[in-house]
Design a protein around this ligand. Structure first.
Ligand code: SAH
Length: 211
């Protein structure tokens, strides 16, 4: 049963320019409130980033939608996400992809995301605690890679783990300033870059956090 607020949430995404119906349907099905704590649960329908544990943030819904749309995920895709955070983006991807691997450097966030995903009955997402900058060599190559933290340059390890024909979406630029959301397509002739929009993400940091 999808309630009125959830329908309005999706309508707002459509009005913001998201046109891919598979993305809209996926986001209609995933309750953002489940990925938020305490007082923030009531604000799940707002089009804003909101605080989660470990000083991190759940992204703004229109940005989640835009990144997901740009990734062009199909049911055949094996997807790698860097920056699990709350697990919300991974949950949205889970409805579009065959398999999702998501890496988070904060162990408590990874544990919490796993529990929420399990509670929602989502079984095709694997959350790993680690430094996503190295990717996941054991499971590579990937059809799609989504990075939800900003890097100064797309990490070479991730580009190497992208299949030919694969797509990577990543915010590029320094932290504390506006970054560019970039789409990279791996073609026979090399990498093709396009700029999608200006965004603001927390930085992609190296190493596993000590918490
Ligand atoms: N996709 C998340 C929001 C991302 S916030 C959601 O849907 O809620 C960015 C996340 O990236 C943070 O949780 C941060 O801890 C994580 N992160 C930053 N650098 C990382 C790295 N090198 N490896 C894995 N995770 C990283």
């Amino acid at each position: 049963m999808i309630d009125e607020q959830q329908m309005e949430f999706v309508l707002n995404l459509r009005q913001s320019g998201i046109s891919d119906n598979t993305v809209l349907a996926a986001m209609e099905r995933i309750p953002r409130a489940a990925f938020l704590d305490g007082v923030f649960k009531d604000r799940a329908f707002e089009n804003r980033p909101l605080p989660i544990s470990c000083g991190q943030t759940i992204s703004q819904p229109t940005v989640v939608a835009q990144m997901t749309q740009a990734l062009e995920v199909t049911k055949r895709c094996k997807v790698l996400e860097i920056g699990t955070g709350s697990g919300y983006q991974a949950a949205v991807l889970s409805r579009l992809a065959r398999r999702v691997y998501s890496i988070e450097r904060h162990r408590p966030l990874a544990q919490q995301a796993r529990a929420v995903l399990q509670g929602l009955g989502i079984a095709n997402v694997t959350v790993i605690t680690g430094d996503g900058g190295h990717g996941l060599p054991d499971q590579s190559p990937f059809d799609r890679i989504l990075v939800t933290a900003a890097a100064e340059d797309p990490p070479a390890a991730l580009l190497n783990q992208l299949k030919p024909g694969g797509i990577m979406v990543i915010p590029v630029g320094q932290s504390d300033v506006v970054q560019n959301l970039i789409k990279i397509v791996k073609t026979e002739n090399g990498l093709e870059y396009s700029e999608l929009s200006e965004v603001r993400f927390v930085p992609l940091l190296s190493g596993v956090a000590k918490d």
